[in-house]
Ligand binder design. Structure first.
Ligand SMILES: Cc1cc2nc3c(=O)[nH]c(=O)nc-3n(C[C@H](O)[C@H](O)[C@H](O)COP(=O)(O)OP(=O)(O)OC[C@H]3O[C@@H](n4cnc5c(N)ncnc54)[C@H](O)[C@@H]3O)c2cc1C
Length: 460
């Protein structure tokens, strides 16, 4: 039998390396195009595959109560190159999976170089891939070179590829105190698809508001890196603390304006300011603090945002940030197998799809590799169930997320469908019990999916 045609993978970072590995494991040849060291990025320092550009941590390895730990475990189960190399180069870091960064990247590089089905070509792909590359995975990451990112932008539309993220914090709805919060749209306007009660509102008295602004101004912040400052797009989306610097009342007359909102918990008392949270996923489990993009450190964000009445015990699915980044509007542009709807020979993987983080990028690379291999082998692409960490993340970026406000997302339990017993009884489980139940269900469903996949393949 003729060997399958090669799949071209652009980018040998976390996602591209994992995708190439998954393809090769299935007998599909790969040409991997990596521009380093011929052409550098602003953050990478070496020519190694899967170089970690900042922290050496893959975050929590606790697969019993943490969605990222569960993601590690799922990837181990699916023969992940990246997690296997991380396990081999683990350094002590408590409950986290942290690695010796050079040992890790050298290991991934060697594994790829020693794999006969992977050919590594060093050089930039500076525009859209040639027409005769019939299957391509674009995994060029947050620092995609300008030639390629401009070509993708021209193909997808100007508004569909961003050059920076402006991430507002996302709150788990179940952690909001509804003895203080209430649902209402401004002036009760239903808007398209709404019912006049689309937002969660959190009211502040004047004293609470002024203390909040003081806390924003005093909080510790990260500085922009020099190469980030030069990105003109930052000017369009100001951090909340920069707005607060413009005057004590700026926020009360801007994003926190109270007009058209009535607090049912304090009849007759007009709020001085109101924070509005907007639904962020189709499941309705996550709410976005729209306009609260910030350069405050994570610890400070938790401290300052928990001073907002109703958020005292808030749990954050994602904290805010603003970074140089490159990502497409995946919920609008990609199908469930990570293909560009407008040009299905092009698949995307990694951070450019709007997932966030080393592990998530590698996880989406793993799925892109499996999907592209299935296609080459004449099989149907098979996505893991949405109750797994991989499936929940895939589901979010390819449709579950709100496309109009789409921003990069980490793996977290807020992306998972409610537990069956919660739906049945109408009572959400809380805290650790809920996380453990989600993780248990994810593991069981992954095993069932793997054994179904085996029977399906045998039948094909
Ligand atoms: C400054 C910075 C710090 C970060 N810190 C962290 C952190 O501490 N923890 C964390 O979890 N995540 C962090 N991230 C996010 C992190 O980059 C990603 O999570 C992860 O590296 C993305 O994996 P990826 O494979 O999508 O992209 P990358 O790992 O960046 O890989 C993309 C590859 O594509 C190559 N490439 C780009 N354009 C082309 C082209 N046109 N032709 C050929 N090759 C090309 C690049 O050289 C690169 O090797 C950080 C990101 C940045 C920018």
């Amino acid at each position: 039998m003729e060997p399958p045609l090669p799949v071209h993978v652009i980018g040998g970072g976390l996602a591209g390396s994992e995708a190439a590995w998954q393809l090769a494991r299935r007998g599909v040849p790969v040409v991997l195009h990596e521009m380093r060291p011929v052409r550098a990025t602003d953050a990478h320092k070496t020519g190694a595959m899967a170089e970690l550009v900042c922290s050496n941590s893959f975050r929590s390895d606790d697969h019993e109560t943490n969605a990222v730990g569960l993601l590690h475990q799922e990837m181990r189960r699916l023969d992940s190159l990246i997690i296997a190399a991380a396990d081999r180069h683990r350094v002590p870091a408590g409950a986290a999976l942290a690695v010796d960064r050079d040992g890790f990247a050298d290991d991934v590089t060697q594994m790829m170089e020693n794999e006969p089905l992977i050919t590594i070509e060093r050089g930039e792909v500076a525009g859209l891939p040639p027409e005769d590359w019939s299957s391509v995975i674009i995994a060029t990451g947050p620092l995609t070179s300008p030639g390629l990112s401009q070509a993708v932008r021209a193909l997808t539309g100007q508004d569909q590829l961003a050059f920076f993220d402006a991430i507002a914090p996302i709150v788990h709805k179940e952690s909001i105190d509804f003895s203080k919060a209430w649902f209402q749209s401004r002036y009760d306007k239903p808007g398209p698809g709404g019912d006049g009660k689309d937002y969660i509102n959190l009211a502040m008295t004047r004293d609470e508001y002024e203390a909040f602004v003081d806390a924003l101004l005093a909080a510790e912040k990260h500085a922009f890196k020099d190469w980030e400052k030069d990105t003109p797009y930052f000017n369009g989306c100001l951090p909340i603390e920069v707005m607060a610097e413009r005057g004590l009342k700026t926020l009360a007359f801007g994003p926190l304006k109270p007009i058209g909102l009535t607090n049912p918990h304090t009849p007759g008392l007009r709020p001085y300011a109101v924070v509005q949270l907007r639904q962020d996923n189709a499941l309705g489990t996550l709410y976005n603090m729209v306009g609260f993009q910030t350069k405050m450190t994570y610890g400070e964000q938790v401290r300052v945002f928990r001073t907002i009445p109703g958020l005292e015990n808030a749990e954050f699915a994602r904290l805010g940030g603003i970074h140089r980044n490159t990502f497409i509007n995946s919920p609008r542009l990609l199908d469930g197998a990570l293909r560009l709807k407008a040009e299905p020979r092009l698949r995307f993987a990694g951070q450019i799809t709007g997932c966030e983080g080393y592990v998530e990028s590698a996880g989406i690379g793993l799925l892109a590799g499996r999907f592209a291999a299935a296609e080459r082998l004449g099989q149907a692409p098979d996505a893991p169930p949405p109750t797994t960490s991989l499936g929940a993340l895939l589901n979010h970026i390819t449709g579950g997320a709100e496309a109009d406000t789409f921003q990069p997302m980490n793996a977290n339990f807020g992306l998972f469908p409610p537990l069956e017993e919660e739906t049945r009884t109408g009572k959400p489980l809380k805290g650790r019990d809920r996380k453990m139940a989600m993780a248990r269900r994810g593991k069981a469903d992954l095993e069932a999916w793997l054994s179904d996949a085996k029977s399906r393949q045998a039948a094909e």
